[in-house]
Design a protein around this ligand. Structure first.
Ligand code: GCB
Length: 608
């Protein structure tokens, strides 16, 4: 699933813009009748429909997006694909009334070969139907009879704590390739002394043989190159880069890698270029090693979320958010709770952010075994699709295959310590999660794999993880307003987990809801002072423990959640920035720890 690019062998036409949109709650529209007499209204794509119209806020049923486009005649003879960057949750794509494919699951791209459906002499009608119904057998799930979210009495009835935005969330593009083309590239990097070792696996779309080249350049200058010999459509080569400049969070240096597949009798030449960062990631004892050196993942859990655009790709927001994260001194985030846009991942490569990349398996209800087979199928598909999409990003340093799977009888974050007795009772859940961890490892042996666990959940669910990732709310959902006791509980739990597993620990969530502008002395829950104290307490406890390999605050910014007694104005207010990105007091605390503490101490002048 390579990102579509424009070069002299490939073309790309971005169909982002204002589309025609109509709801179809009874599913009565047929693609042959489109556009028809519907009540079409303008709808931006990418963008969630829920925030563009007040009457669509709660609508999760079927909606149709329609757009007409010409396809350049100069493209004739090439293969033409239609690619959707993501659509939540289920999408079907039609070209001139012909169904070209469908896709289940949000947040990941899908593409169909539409060459045979194209009208080269005139306009082409593209229609995409999308629905985001909440169902118990989907991932993530909704409309559960006994969801662990029931304590929030949520509307809509999700099992998770964010708004289930619906629609086309990332660009729809047409792109072309030659008949025989480079369908996939896998780039694996290693370090040998001061040399970089880059292994390239190039896969054609057909079992063709033939020749090609691969070249690595730095600032336009060639640093390594070799020939490719495709056999059965596959070529694997190794490049060596003497005195390589390694990619890291402090020096995110990127090379350009270009693969060329020579043309044949029935196909022109193809070429594909992607950015490559030479780096290694390993886990050793209580440390995560980037290029052999210990690194801490400091930053956030986030959401793709903003007024009006909803979960839709919002490029200025991406730039702004990276700037704000840098300002706090962060070097990392988790793509909670679903893979983020490809543009986000490209920014992470470029800006030097260390990413924990997560599939949409949030709040899997592990007491509900009846729905296991369907959910496992989806989780495996999402793992496959995420790794296929993101495997070449140096920024991605870890795969996460679940966030807070829920064991029987749990309320979100309501519990304290994990009780070892629940482990035996939760073996089916463990088997489910172990299967996901195994799949990620099978697909990519070069990155650590993890699942993010809920407070009070069975610790045995973390056994297979390379890094222990814990969401904990000592001092918020548990022991709210009692930061002194919370500090002791947190410290004790971190030490216990380290004793049991002997692996690096990342706190992937800790946070306190905070109404911006609400102050208190003494600091009480919901005030900016309380959030600042709560975060300071956590960072202090972590600083005393070398095995804590990262602290990711929940959340970077306030975000749209469900309506409930726990979510003021339908927002989760745990952001250190507001939803429109103004800092709360806590953002300054992060700077204190992550910028000032990290600043090099200036040597005092030596005086005689
Ligand atoms: C969690 C979830 C996250 C919620 C958060 C909260 O543990 O992983 O999705 O938003 O707690 O604020 O309750």
């Amino acid at each position: 699933m390579l990102y579509p690019i424009q070069n002299s062998h490939r073309n790309k036409l971005d169909l982002s813009g204002i589309w025609d949109f109509a709801t179809d709650p009874r599913r009565s529209l047929t693609p042959e009748d489109l556009p028809g007499e519907q009540n079409w209204r303008p709808m931006a794509a990418p963008g969630s429909w829920n925030e563009q119209y007040e009457d669509l806020f709660g609508y999760l049923g079927l909606g149709w997006y329609v757009k007409k486009t010409h396809v350049p005649q100069s493209w004739e003879g090439q293969r033409v694909f239609l690619r959707v960057g993501s659509a939540n949750y289920f999408a079907a794509v039609y070209v001139n009334g012909v169904k070209v494919g469908e896709h289940e699951g949000g947040h990941l791209p899908f593409a169909f070969d539409i060459t045979d459906a194209i009208n080269w002499d005139g306009e082409n009608l593209i229609a995409i139907s999308v629905e985001n119904e909440l169902r118990p057998d989907r991932v993530p799930s909704g409309n559960m009879p006994n969801s662990s979210m029931s304590m929030f009495a949520s509307t809509p009835p999700t099992t998770f704590d964010f708004y289930p935005f619906a629609g086309i969330h990332r660009p729809v593009v047409l792109y072309t390739t030659p008949q025989t083309f480079v369908e996939d590239l896998t780039v694996i990097t290693d370090i040998d002394g001061t040399d970089g070792v880059v292994t390239v696996r190039a896969q054609l779309n057909a079992e063709a043989s033939g020749a090609g080249t691969v070249k690595l350049t730095a600032g336009g200058k060639e640093v390594a190159a070799t020939v490719l010999r495709f056999a059965g459509g596959l070529a694997v080569v190794e490049l060596r880069v003497p005195n390589a400049r390694f990619w890291s969070d402090t020096d995110p240096y990127l090379y350009d890698l270009t693969v060329v597949a020579e043309g044949s009798a029935n196909s022109g030449e193809d070429a594909y270029t992607l950015k490559v960062g030479i780096r290694t990631v390993r886990v050793e004892g209580g440390q995560i090693l980037l290029n052999g050196r210990p690194v801490k993942l400091n930053g956030f859990g986030r959401h793709e979320d903003f007024p009006a655009s909803g979960r839709g790709l919002n490029l200025p927001l991406i730039v702004k958010d990276y700037q704000l994260m840098r300002w706090t001194g962060a070097n990392s985030y988790r793509t909670s709770h679903y893979p983020y846009s490809e543009e986000e991942m490209q920014m992470a490569d470029r800006e030097g952010f260390l990413i924990i990349d997560e599939i949409p398996a949030v709040s899997l209800q592990m007491a509900d075994e009846a729905n296991f087979p369907e959910r496992l199928r989806m989780c495996l598909q999402q793992t496959d699709e995420m790794i296929a999409r993101d495997k070449n990003h140096p920024a991605v340093v870890m795969w996460c295959v679940a966030n807070e799977p829920m064991h029987a009888g749990v309320g979100v974050g309501a519990l304290g310590e994990s009780d070892p007795r629940i482990e035996a009772a939760n073996l089916p859940g463990k088997r489910f999660l172990d299967a996901l961890v195994a799949r990620a490892r099978e697909l990519d042996a070069t990155r650590p794999v993890t699942i993010v666990t809920v407070m009070g959940g069975p610790q045995s669910w973390m056994e297979q993880c390379d890094v222990i990732c814990m969401n904990r709310y000592w001092g918020w959902y548990t022991l709210g307003g009692q930061l002194d006791v919370a500090r002791q509980k947190l410290a004790a739990e971190l030490d216990q987990v380290w004793d049991r597993f002997g692996k690096p620990v990342i706190m992937t969530e800790f946070g306190a809801d905070t109404i911006p502008g609400y102050h208190g002395h003494p600091s009480v829950m919901w005030t900016e002072e309380y959030q600042a104290d709560y975060i300071r307490m956590h960072l202090e406890v972590a600083a005393e423990r070398e095995f804590v390999a990262g602290m990711q605050v929940w959340n970077f910014a306030d975000f749209a959640a469900v309506q409930s007694i726990a979510r003021v104005g339908g927002l989760n207010h745990k952001g250190v920035f507001t939803r429109i990105r103004t800092p709360k007091m806590a953002a300054h605390v992060l700077r204190e720890f992550w910028v000032r503490a990290a600043a090099p101490v200036r040597a005092e002048p030596v005086t005689a």
